[in-house]
Design a protein around this ligand. Sequence first.
Ligand SMILES: [Cu+2]
Length: 457
Amino acid sequence: MNTRRRFFGQSAAGLIGAALVSRVGAASLPEAPIRTTPDMAPPLQPSSGRPYSPVVTLNGWSLPWRMNSGWKEFHLVAEPVVRQIAAGMNAHLWGYNGQSPGPTIEVVEGDKVRLFVTNKLPEHTTIHWHGQRLPNGMDGVGGLTQPHIRPGKTFVYEFEAKRPGTFMYHPHADEMVQMAMGMMGFWVTHPKNPKFMPVDRDFVFLLGAFDIEPGSFTPRVNTMLDFNLFAFNTRVFPGIDPLVVRRNDRVRIRVGNLTMTNHPIHLHGHEFEVTGTDGGWTHPSSRWPEVTTDIGVGQMRAIEFIANEPGDWALHCHKSHHTMNAMGHDVPTMIGVDHRGVVEKINRLVPDYMVMGERGMADMGEMEMPLPDNTLPMMTGRGQYGAIEMGGMFTVLKVRDGLARNDYKDPGPYQHPAGTVAFEWTGQLPVAERPAPAAASKMSLKVRKPPAGHAGH
Ligand SMILES: [Cu+2]
């Protein structure tokens, strides 16, 4: 069955390729480069067209183009992909050019852009260029502004990139399914004037959410809100690259939200300003300092700051469930419940059973319980001082002295100057006077109410 399906899949792909070559002619369609690794590609320096300072796509890449009689031409291929979510877990998704999210498109204000979109999905699709000023018929809303792109077909989009700023692309056809399957990408239109709001490092990533059962590979596409993997560019911590910057660099981080909820993105150690939104660059007089910015559904934000504090600084969504991975969210709270005697009995039946959560959940970050295949621990990642106990939308801003201009290599853990790390107090503790606990409250700790829901009725 499996072999047969793969055989048909390959034949179909081969036929699509052959059809493209014969109809359009190999020379007239730009190449569609694909990328198979989940790591960050170095910034794509422009080799033709107007100059600009390229962005860095976290765990991603920018799509090469060709110039053709004044048009900047790109070729996107919508197709099934395998994305490594983090080491130990692969997801079967839909994306573009070998990855989810698809490659970042970088153009310059005023560029005439031509995008070839080939559909290698099993169903029709379109691409909506989120936030762009363009002719209505190029807006990519299937049925409304264009016919759908049927499987095997290639469509052409043409428009001028009028407004500099931060954009996204995603399907506007069977949108719920196709976005749940990972179809999305980033778009940056650089300003024509390279001296406009220059920065030293310019990072981009999309917020994504998936519902993938431990042990399975394909997202549940009908999930409305209860996702179990929250991702930066379809990677979860510790699979997410750090943001490596030189001390005193001016840093821009652009974030787009293509999930079904808002994400308060929080940076440690620095204040930033929101310098760009969906609508363009904010006026300097409208900016105020923040350490958390809430990014609503369908919104984009560009934040900027001077990275003048060396160290390993957390950058994460402040919804704490969004910094956890897929395992076991549906477990009762056991804090304060006395397990003594129970574990031994359960172990006779289930040797791998471990007590979870009677002293909080921190044990989860330290323990090594056998996991189902193809899933990740809920709380994971290790730092120089132990378990970091994070997953999902979490990464590290690494600010270092002495890096080269284009050096994005992970410099390893921060070496703290002597006397600058929180330390244990070993002196005398004052005796705290507390009222004696009431007998009734001791009783109530032992009571566990049945879980909410109506299963037992
Ligand atoms: Cu979040």
